[in-house]
Design a protein around this ligand. Structure first.
Ligand SMILES: [Cu+2]
Length: 482
């Protein structure tokens, strides 16, 4: 009897030890960091490169390999916003430059080509590179030449690359930046949609909206006073038919970068909360984030599930940049409403604390002082200034408005049909549903605290432009509607 018990105990002990050793050894295995500096590559392929807002296909489970990147630098004219041109310097023909997608352990063979039509030498500094200048010291390339260098990516994360040729600030300010992703072993968790968004600040000799080809302004760049702060190289890169899209129930991942050269970005999506944020593009995960800070020369990976349909607006929450300098994009989500998560307006009532729904700025200005006689050209010139400081924030620089929010003043049938009604709109404000060029708007325009002369000038400017009917509005006409 006793002998039998002893034997049992010995067997049990043996089994326990076996399992303990098994568990310990497996724990040890998963904790041991993989050394990606020595990981072997298997095979070779050309890297897929994409222009924003697209990103290359996910890496998934593929083994580390030799990845050939063919990148061509092009100096080319592009559109900053309607009527405004800019000479961009680009990696791969887009601003930001082509997105490069790698996995940890890949050996990248980088072919940097400088197009023969270009005027300047350039190079590339990739923040994903461990080596002098991030590659810049090996990659300076003259127009009509090609430089090849190679590096191994050993830290997973989302990294900025940029040109580092003197004057560095000028090369970056002209658009020479982009993102390179290094996926971790096994890839990032799969999502339904992935997009590439990168902010940049631009410095032009003319003010925001000033027409024509606008040269770079070094003084403004040094003072850090940009005229444009934009996503993906231009105003409206993700609006007016270029929206990012997703369907209700999908998960969306944004690879967000900031090329600077100067500003940091307070990246926010109006109406969404980031479920996950790879802080600064690294391994640390934050959850349930409203606004994530993206330094100049830095990045973040954010993802979120879209539960309700609608337009979700990407902004730099330093908010004048969004509404007055261009840092605004739209993610358009389509699908069925989910009243559980967002009800929409349940009831609309009227609330009249001061007897009217129109908000007024405190009145400081004398509204009807004697004004000199003005020529039509004078009125248009003064009117343009008033428009640029007062109306354009909502109605936009070319009077094109914002669909669903601010009606257009360009070719506006509402405006052209009745100048008295238009004068009243500016004097007293406007609320309730109106139809402009077949589209319904139901919002509030605040009364504008302007003098008769100022209203006459701004209206004359609007009527003289953008295909409107050239009505000349006088201060007397405005006075009659007060
Ligand atoms: Cu350059």
């Amino acid at each position: 009897m006793k002998k039998k018990n002893d034997a049992l105990i010995v067997i049990r002990l043996f089994v326990y030890t076996f399992f303990c050793v098994l568990i310990l050894s497996s724990c040890k295995k998963s904790e041991e960091p993989v050394d990606y500096t020595t990981i072997k590559t298997e095979g070779q392929m050309d890297a897929e490169l994409t222009a924003p807002p697209m990103v290359p296909k996910p890496i998934g489970k593929r083994a580390a390999m030799k990845l050939k990147v063919n990148m061509e630098i092009k100096e080319q004219e592009g559109t900053m916003t309607d009527g405004v041109k800019y000479t961009y310097w680009t990696f791969g023909g887009s601003v930001p430059g082509s997105f490069i997608r790698t996995r940890v352990g890949d050996e990248v063979e980088f072919h940097l080509k400088n197009h023969p039509d270009n005027k300047l030498p350039h190079n590339i500094d990739l923040h994903a590179v461990t080596g002098p200048g991030g590659g810049a010291t090996s990659s300076l390339v003259a127009p009509g030449h090609e430089k090849v260098f190679s590096f191994k990516v050993i830290n997973p994360g989302l990294y900025v690359y940029h040109c580092a040729t003197a004057p560095v600030g000028m090369h970056i300010a002209n658009g020479m930046y982009g993102l390179i992703l290094v996926e971790p072993e096994g890839g990032l968790p799969p999502v339904d949609k992935e997009y590439y968004v990168m902010q940049g600040d631009f410095y032009t000799q003319g003010e925001y909206g000033a027409k024509g080809l606008q040269p770079f302004d070094m003084n403004k760049a040094i003072k850090e006073t940009p005229d444009y702060v934009v996503f993906n190289g231009k105003v409206g890169s993700m609006t007016n038919g270029n929206e990012l899209t997703a369907k209700v129930g999908e998960t969306v991942r944004l690879f967000v970068g900031n090329g600077g050269p100067n500003l940091v970005s307070s990246f926010h999506v109006i109406g969404e909360i980031f479920d996950n944020v790879h802080v600064e593009g690294g391994a640390m995960m934050n959850k349930n984030v409203q606004t994530t800070l993206i330094p100049a020369g830095g990045s973040a990976i954010v993802d979120f599930k879209v539960e309700t349909p609608g337009n979700f607006i990407l902004v730099d929450h330093s908010i004048f940049r969004a509404f007055n300098k261009g840092a605004l994009g739209i993610l358009k989500v389509e699908g069925a409403e989910n009243k559980n998560i967002y009800s929409g307006t349940i009831q609309e009532g009227i609330y009249l604390p001061e007897g009217g729904t129109i908000q007024k700025m405190p009145e400081e200005k004398a509204t009807t002082t004697a004004v000199p006689k003005r020529t039509l050209a004078d009125k248009i010139k003064i009117g343009k200034e008033i428009f640029g400081t007062t109306c354009f924030a909502c109605h936009q620089s070319e009077g094109q408005g914002i669909p669903g929010a601010f009606p257009p003043l360009a070719k506006s049938d509402y405006l052209n049909a009745d100048s008295k009604r238009a004068i009243k709109t500016i004097l007293h404000g406007l609320s309730g549903e109106i139809t402009v060029n077949g589209k319904k708007f139901n919002s509030v325009m605040p009364a504008q605290n302007l003098s008769d002369d100022e209203i006459a000038n701004v209206m004359t400017y609007i009527y003289s432009n953008w295909g409107n009917n050239k009505t000349e509005v006088t201060p007397e006409m405005v006075k009659a509607q007060r």
